[in-house]
Design a protein around this ligand. Sequence first.
Ligand code: APR
Length: 313
Amino acid sequence: MRKKVTIVGAGQVGATAAQRIYERGYADVVLVDIVEGLPQGKALDMLESGPVVGSDANIIGTNSYEETAGSDVVVITSGIARRPGMSRDDLLFTNMGIIEGVTKQVARHSPASIIIVVTNPLDAMCHAALDASGFPRERIIGQAGILDTARFRTFLSQELHVSVRDISTYVLGGHGDTMVPLVGYTTVGGVPVSNLIPKARLDQIVQRTRDGGGEIVNLLKTGSAYYAPSAGVTEMVDSIILDQKRILPCTVLLKGEYGQNNLFIGVPVKLGAKGLEEIIQLKLSAEEEAMLKKSAGAVQELVDVMKKKKASG
Ligand code: APR
């Protein structure tokens, strides 16, 4: 029997991820949204591409959770996308409510699933999903680091005119302005990037990476990025469904690792059939450590705002 992947949210990120995963052919896909007809229409359209793209998997769209029962992986993209001028707390509280509601349904119908959270603000939404699901930390994983790392690799590849595949790097920390691109772990065909690009230029590329989400929002004006985010989701789903045990930067709950306790932030992890299988501990420079601490502080601030809101009802 084929594996089953549910994607909640049939918007830009969800539908694009559904397409990528459906085209892999290794799992049946269920696309869920609150808008009637939207997931059904998109899923049928994708199904009808099957004969051309060569996928024998099934894909359906639905407005309820019965059809999602027994999913192996559930990707949560439902929420409001960031719009220019929207206040941070508005986005936070709206998406927190959506994630809590969705996660409870997911946990009820697919109690053994691994949940991948995509909705922003990502790190805070991972906390909301963890609390609402009651799942262990191994089965709540956020997508952010692969996207941020992919942006950094893209810009470095353009700068150096080398294949994106030959650039290795990590971007850690929270998914926001305080993310931590690890220049010290960035190599191009094994050569440290600092030997290839002068520091001042490298700093500019790091800054463009930090601002990567905003750059796309400013161009699109009515939405946020989805091609690269959905590619990141698919790489995670591949590693879990196919038990590839890839080492990928993902957002997970730290319990002492990297000096953080009970906080979701991006670190390198091993992803396999059990979800989070290992946290990889990199030795950071004093500067990188300080940046990670600052990034963790920014995430903690959001988590505290959510806690306060919940306490006040
Ligand atoms: N249940 C199911 N679907 C929902 C719910 C809900 N409770 N609430 C909203 N949705 C759906 C919307 O109807 C919409 O189709 O979620 C979808 C979100 O899609 P888009 O608005 O296109 O947003 P998208 O660009 O896909 O981004 C989704 O991912 O990268 C993040 O910041 C981004 O938080 C945002 C999320």
